[in-house]
Ligand binder design. Structure first.
Ligand SMILES: N[C@@H](CCC(=O)N[C@@H](CS)C(=O)NCC(=O)O)C(=O)O
Length: 210
C-alpha cells in the first residue's frame, strides 16, 4: 500500500460486523475506502486474515482485525481522539459481549443454512446450534437488564451501533424475538433512520449474501 493511499475496509454486504465499521466510518467522517468483496470469501483471504473473515482494515503496513481491533483503530483515526470512546470497564465488557453475541448469531444461522443435522451419538450433551441461540437470548436479557446504565447517552456510542447492527441483521436473515426487550428496542429504533444506517442496509437475503 502506497503512503498516500487511504485506509481500506474490506467487507461483505451482509456482514453485521462490517456494517458496524462502515457506520463508524460514516459517523466519524473517516478517510477510509470501503472495498466490497464477494461471498463466499476466497481461500486467498486466509492470507490476509487467518480467520478467513471480514471486516479487515488495511492501513499503512497493517491488516487489522477482528472487529473490536478495527473499532479501536478507527477511533484512533478520528481528529481528536482525546476522550475514551468507551468506558474502560462497563462499555468494553458490553462491546465484547455484543460481538460475542453476534458470533453466536452468525454461527447458529450458518448451522441451519448448511443443513447440518446430528450425525452420531450426542456425547456433548447439547445441540450447539440451539445453545448458540440460547446464548443470544440470554445476552439480550442481560443487556436489557442493564440498559438504564448503558446505551443511554444523548449521542449513540459504539455499543448502541453494534446492538442495532446485530438485531437488524437478525431481522433481515432469520428473525428472532427481541422487540419484547423494550429498552433495547427503543435504542435500535432511534438509530434506524440515521444516514449511516440508511446507507448500509444490506441487500435482501439470498443464499450467497450471508
Ligand atoms: N468475530 C469476528 C466475526 C467476523 C465474521 O463473522 N465475519 C463473517 C461475516 S458476518 C465472515 O467473514 N464470514 C465469512 C466466512 O466465514 O467465510 C469479528 O469480530 O470480526
Amino acid at each position: 500500500m502506497d503512503k498516500l493511499d487511504p485506509a481500506k475496509l474490506y467487507y461483505i454486504d451482509g456482514s453485521p460486523f462490517a456494517r458496524l465499521c462502515r457506520i463508524l466510518i460514516d459517523e466519524w467522517q473517516l478517510p477510509v475506502q470501503e472495498v466490497e468483496i464477494p461471498f463466499p470469501l476466497s481461500d486467498d483471504f486466509f492470507k490476509i486474515n487467518p480467520m478467513g473473515q471480514v471486516p479487515v482494515l488495511e492501513t499503512i503496513g497493517e491488516m487489522i482485525f477482528p472487529t473490536a481491533q478495527i473499532v479501536e483503530q478507527l477511533w484512533a483515526m478520528t481528529v481528536e481522539p482525546t476522550e475514551p470512546y468507551l468506558d474502560p470497564l462497563a462499555d468494553r465488557q458490553l462491546l465484547s459481549t455484543l460481538i460475542g453475541m453476534g458470533d453466536f448469531m452468525v454461527t447458529a444461522n450458518q448451522q441451519v443454512w448448511a443443513g447440518l443435522e446430528p450425525s452420531g451419538e450426542d456425547i456433548l450433551g447439547f445441540n450447539p446450534g440451539e445453545r448458540h441461540q440460547e446464548r443470544v437470548y440470554r445476552c439480550l436479557d442481560w443487556m436489557e437488564a442493564r440498559a438504564q446504565h448503558w446505551l443511554t447517552g444523548d449521542e449513540p456510542n459504539v455499543c448502541d451501533y453494534a446492538l442495532a447492527c446485530f438485531l437488524f441483521w437478525s431481522d433481515s436473515r432469520r428473525p428472532i424475538e427481541w422487540r419484547n426487550r423494550t429498552k433495547l428496542a427503543s435504542i435500535v429504533d432511534r438509530l434506524r433512520d440515521r444516514p449511516s444506517f440508511m446507507a448500509t442496509i444490506p441487500e435482501p437475503w439470498s443464499s450467497l449474501s450471508k
